[in-house]
Write a protein that binds this ligand. Structure first.
Ligand SMILES: *[C@@H]1O[C@H](CO)[C@@H](O)[C@H](O)[C@H]1NC(C)=O
Ligand SMILES: *[C@@H]1O[C@H](CO)[C@@H](O)[C@H](O)[C@H]1NC(C)=O
Ligand SMILES: *[C@@H]1O[C@H](CO)[C@@H](O)[C@H](O)[C@H]1NC(C)=O
Length: 203
């Protein structure tokens, strides 16, 4: 009886209660911010544009938390998608080499991923299409890798707006590298690879 009224015990109980509340709040906070619905829809739209013959995007969809989909990473505090890594890998099991490539079209729904800072689509097969201009509007991109992905045509002038870009790899495509004006705007750039494309002198 006397023990129950001990002020020290009371204090401990009270502290534990406070601590518990703090933990509860924290985990709820974390949960609340996982996968933003608008971004989830954008990813599903992006998936619809692609031919995924090897089931690489099989985790994308259903009720699953989009931050846990393969190739996706979200900011732990805000829940925004910050990484989209769909690079593929070449393996040479027998005599022939093979990569489980994605083909199809890149949907501009990616523009909904406003906080995307890492985009890797290397080693895929975009069927000689041009690099979509909208990529140049993903302003927060710091890493962009579109190497070995079967892109052709000129590098979009819109790339000049990728001013956060630190690493850019466009190597091994069928790009025509003519005009490098866009490049002069990329003040944060630390690494650039354009090799394995078609360089043409400009006037
Ligand atoms: C967090 O979300 C998962 C499912 O997404 C759920 O099972 C779990 O109970 C949630 N936790 C909290 C603390 O809300
Ligand atoms: C770009 O992707 C290719 C293929 O996945 C990889 O080998 C290369 O290292 C990457 N480039 C950079 C700069 O990370
Ligand atoms: C770069 O961004 C600005 C502002 O968003 C826009 O007005 C301009 O057209 C863009 N430049 C290119 C080449 O897309």
């Amino acid at each position: 009886m006397g023990k129950r009224n001990n002020p020290r015990d009371f204090l401990i109980t009270w502290s534990l209660l406070l601590l518990g509340t703090a933990f509860g709040l924290t985990s709820r906070e974390v949960n609340k911010t996982l996968c933003i619905e608008k971004e989830r829809d954008a990813l599903l739209e992006f998936k619809r544009g692609l031919n995924d013959d090897f089931g690489r995007l099989s985790t994308w969809g259903g009720k699953k938390e989009c931050c846990k989909w393969k190739g996706i990473e979200c900011d732990k505090r805000t829940g925004h998608v910050i990484v989209l890594d769909l690079h593929s890998e070449v393996t040479c099991p027998g005599h022939a080499c093979f990569a489980p490539i994605l083909t199809g079209k890149l949907s501009p729904s990616l523009l909904e991923l406003e906080y995307l800072n890492f985009l890797d689509l290397s080693i895929n097969g975009f069927e000689n299409s041009e690099i979509p201009r909208f990529i140049g509007s993903l302003k927060r991109l710091e890493y962009l890798n579109l190497s070995s992905s079967d892109f052709s045509g000129e590098i979009p002038a819109q790339f000049q707006n990728l001013t956060s870009l630190r690493i850019l790899d466009l190597g091994n495509n069928y790009l025509i590298v003519k005009d490098l004006v866009w490049l002069s705007h990329l003040s944060s750039l630390e690494f650039l690879r354009l090799g394995g494309n078609d360089f043409q002198a400009s006037n």
